[in-house]
Design a protein around this ligand. Structure first.
Ligand code: FE2
Length: 430
């Protein structure tokens, strides 16, 4: 007897009329038109059943703080960092926990069940670290929260006001407390040389501790910001292939093509992945340009073509850097698709993977996917394929975690009151 049977599912790889059998928290059967007794049956009615959405780049310590203590008027990265610096001394652990838990509620409702969040460690109290470790424990039954020790003000640049601790000490202390991944921000260090030094220092720390690395890297329009080269080189030197990610990489948008033709193969050889953050990149980059204005997102199709895994991250929701967002990774994929002009059928499917499978592998999630033996985690979407899901930012009809429905939503249907026209529309292809 199955605990759960999902019938008539379409999978993101194109298989149709699939049945998913679940016992306990695992998928035990996956076949066409499986007919076995089950305690609960969900008829997907031909709609897409996808593994959960995964966000490979987020800032949960700042989320939902919009307006505290004021709004970012210029909308620039640097005013955002300054604003966060004003808010930090006023933060309380309880407020950070409450906002993060509220965001996780949104995430669950949107079928987003795994998030890699950076947490700012440039604070001698490590208040946000303590808060997000508490959140990680509390959401564990329904959401995988992976934390990155992120020196927002530069691991070499930042000094605490009383001179008691360096950012590097605080970063190590946060790892001791249970933060999972080593972060960095080389382009925010004082000089290019200091930036390179920070990459070396942090990669050596991660190698020594057997941890993954995820750095904010080259989040600038300066084509000479080339810390990704150092990051890839260090990854190779230290044998950390498959464990290192470069986030943003926006300078690559503006780099010389010849240089990029050498850089991308280095990234490929080093097994370094990339995360673009389309909503943030398109609003924050190109701010010093008049016209034409650069888009500023990294070279997603070219990286993918070379075999470099690329995910799309949300980065920010209602915080000092970005006033919008709702935890909807289909909105993120939608923007990424447009900014990268990935409009071919295969390319659009790649954009769906960039918010599901690819970030799952970057995070190193165990048991992810719709396959026998995987965790029974999935989302029933009001769409028939990944492209339609992105086009409509499909309603999450059911969100299942470990075999249990943890969120559901009515289908998106508008009633029409017109003569000689249908009584309703649902925006799906007829
Ligand atoms: Fe970020």
């Amino acid at each position: 007897m199955l605990d759960l049977l999902v019938k008539n599912a379409t999978l993101s790889d194109g298989r149709t009329e699939m049945s998913i059998g679940v016992v306990g928290d695992r998928i035990v059967d996956l076949d066409q038109a499986l007919d076995a007794p089950a305690i609960t049956v969900i008829d997907a009615a031909g709609q897409l059943v996808s593994p959960p959405f995964v966000d490979a780049h987020f800032h949960m310590d700042a989320t939902l703080s919009l307006g505290l203590p004021r709004i970012n008027e210029s909308g620039t990265l640097l005013e955002g960092i300054a604003l966060w610096g004003e808010l930090k001394p006023e933060l309380t652990q309880q407020a950070v926990v409450d906002r993060a838990l509220a965001y996780c509620d949104w995430a669950v409702a949107k079928g987003l069940l795994a998030i890699r969040s950076h947490v700012d460690i440039c604070d001698e109290r490590l208040l946000a670290v303590e808060a997000l470790l508490e959140v990680k424990r509390r959401v564990k039954p329904y959401l995988d929260l992976q934390l990155v020790a992120f020196p927002q003000d530069g691991v070499l640049r930042w000094k605490d006001s009383k001179g008691r601790a360096s950012a590097f000490d605080l970063l190590k202390r946060s790892l001791d407390l249970g933060v999972d991944v080593v972060g960095g921000i080389p382009h925010f260090e004082r000089t290019m040389a200091e930036g390179a030094k920070s990459v070396e220092l942090l990669c050596e720390l991660a190698a020594h501790r057997g941890l993954r690395v995820d750095m904010h890297c080259d989040e600038t329009d300066d084509p000479m910001s080339r810390h990704i080269e150092t990051l890839a080189f260090e990854t190779q030197r230290l044998g950390m292939q498959g464990r290192v990610n470069g986030s943003h990489l926006t300078s690559m948008h503006s780099m010389d093509n010849y240089y990029v033709s050498k850089l991308i193969p280095l990234m490929r050889e080093s097994g370094v992945s990339a995360v673009a953050n389309p909503l943030i990149n398109i609003t924050i980059q190109g701010r010093h340009d008049s016209y034409p204005k650069r888009r500023g997102m990294t070279r997603v199709p070219e990286l993918l073509a070379a075999g470099v895994p690329v995910a799309f991250g949300h980065d920010c929701v209602m915080d000092p850097w970005y006033s919008l967002g709702s935890g909807d990774m289909l909105e993120v994929a939608h923007m990424g698709l447009h900014v990268a002009q990935m409009t071919g059928q295969k390319a659009m499917r790649e954009c769906f993977k960039a918010v599901t499978e690819t970030p799952a592998s970057i995070l190193g999630l165990d048991g992810y996917g719709i396959a026998k033996g995987c965790f029974a985690d999935f989302v029933v979407l009001q769409a028939r394929d990944p492209i339609e899901a992105i086009r409509t930012r499909a309603t999450r009809l059911k969100v299942v975690r470990r075999g249990v429905v943890i969120a559901e939503c009515s289908p998106n249907v508008s009633a029409l009151h017109l003569t000689s026209r249908p009584a309703s529309v649902n925006f799906l292809k007829p």
